[in-house]
Design a protein around this ligand. Structure first.
Ligand SMILES: [Zn+2]
Length: 426
């Protein structure tokens, strides 16, 4: 691959309310797949010796970041069964059990990552199942598709169905083997995330073991769930005779920190928010899942006020939508009932740069600024805007994209300068 010039309408989020927009823009990408320059096409075109990728008329955004998704749950998305704990028993645990079968795990993993790329997701923080061998196959599929994937096998040594329960030491050893094999592979696109399912299904011994393993693998992650549902919180805190808050249980184990991602965080007291802030723990906000499982409304104001970093997650299959555009729409809609409204440009920020910041990957991905990996998507927004009698502003285009967009709009997906998905319909 030589140096490349990519032409199109380029939107580059720089913060919650700041962005760059180039109506006829260009990205210069070096032979290693990193962005050298962003600007007007007329300015950048004079550079000689560049291969040209002309997407004039198409919109280019940074690749989308899904901060929380369950690979084995892809087949059960959209299946209604009460709230979280009933849904886990009825659908999530049985489908994760099926993931033990290698041929099925391989087929589903390939389908899962292809589907993410077809929806414009270039980075995902993924939970597998408790099965080590199947998780290994999932990593192989991730490496094969060229996506940026942070993943780990789920760990559970208590309060789960017999067919999912693990021996504590065996679970820690299995996770260690997977981390040794896969952490920082595929030129750093793959990272390991130690994945205790949640405090109800993980003993304190296991959580402490995970904190130790995390320290052994620099730049690895801890990925879990926190305060998603009221019945879940009651069950977790009852385990510790209500002496500790949910957040304190993780804190006590040593599992909180800047590379710890907690999904949901809906019901957090002020003291819990203070712990998350102090430990620099991050949150994955999953609005479509919170709505689908009737979990509750994310306290956006309180989390922002506490200065806790967060991004967006699809939470497949608790969330029904793999498309991060649908997740963004869900965030905007749900927050309409709250004091802090979310603008479409802000939703794009949460699904890109904010996610990278929450994952401590902002020097590598999240927007299209020079020095970063060229992770971007090419979108056809004409079908959303073509009936309009006049030209649209970028805010209007993004508003329609967030409100109406999805897989159909994604024409191409690039990770580190390489096309990893092409929409052959176009
Ligand atoms: Zn989840």
């Amino acid at each position: 691959m030589g140096a490349t010039l990519v032409r199109g309408k380029i939107f580059n989020p720089l913060g919650l309310t700041e962005w760059q927009y180039f109506e006829d823009g260009a990205l210069r990408i070096d032979e290693s797949g990193y962005i050298q320059e962003i600007g007007d096409y007329q300015h950048l075109k004079s550079l000689d010796g560049l291969e040209m990728l002309d997407y004039s008329g198409y919109l280019i955004l940074p690749g989308l970041i899904d901060m929380h998704t369950h690979l084995p749950q892809l087949p059960i998305r959209g299946k209604v069964a009460g709230t979280l704990l009933e849904w886990l028993d009825r659908y999530a645990f049985p489908i994760e059990r099926a993931f033990a079968e290698p041929a099925y795990a391989q087929r589903l993993s390939e389908c899962f990552f292809k589907s993410l790329l077809a929806n414009g997701t270039t980075t995902a923080l993924v939970l597998s199942s408790v099965h080590e061998a199947s998780t290994h196959l999932a990593f192989e599929a991730a490496a094969q598709c060229g996506m940026r994937v942070l993943m780990g096998k789920v760990m559970m040594d208590q309060h789960a169905p017999d067919f999912m329960l693990e021996n504590t030491a065996a679970s820690l050893e299995g996770s260690q083997r997977l981390a040794s094999r896969w952490h920082c592979q595929n030129k750093g696109l793959i990272r390991y995330a130690f994945t205790p399912r949640f405090a109800l299904t993980c003993s304190m011994v296991m959580l402490e073991g995970i904190a130790q393993l995390h320290r052994q693998f620099p730049d690895s992650y801890i990925h879990s769930h926190l305060a998603e549902n009221k019945a879940e919180i009651a069950a977790v805190t009852a385990l510790y005779q209500n002496r500790h808050s949910y957040t304190q249980i993780y804190e006590k184990s040593g599992c909180l920190g800047p590379r710890t991602l907690m999904a949901h965080g809906i019901y957090l007291s002020e003291s819990e928010l203070a712990i998350l802030k102090e430990t620099q723990t991050r949150i994955a906000h999953c609005p479509s899942s919170n709505f689908f499982l009737k979990s509750g409304v994310f306290p956006l104001d309180a989390v922002q006020h506490a200065q806790i970093a967060f991004g967006l997650g699809s939470d497949i299959g608790g969330g029904p939508d793999i498309s991060m555009f649908r997740v963004m729409r869900s965030m905007v809609e749900i927050q309409l009932t709250q004091p802090a409204h979310v603008k479409p440009t802000e939703a794009i920020y949460y699904a890109t740069l904010a996610g990278a910041e929450a994952l401590s990957l902002e020097s590598e991905t999240g927007n299209l600024s020079p020095g970063k990996s060229a992770d971007f998507i090419v979108l056809d927004t004409d079908t959303l805007t073509s009936l309009s009698p006049q030209g649209e502003s970028i805010e209007e285009i993004l508003s329609q994209l967030v409100s109406l967009g999805g897989e159909k709009q994604v024409m191409k997906t690039f990770v580190r300068g390489k096309a990893v998905f092409s929409n052959d319909r176009g």
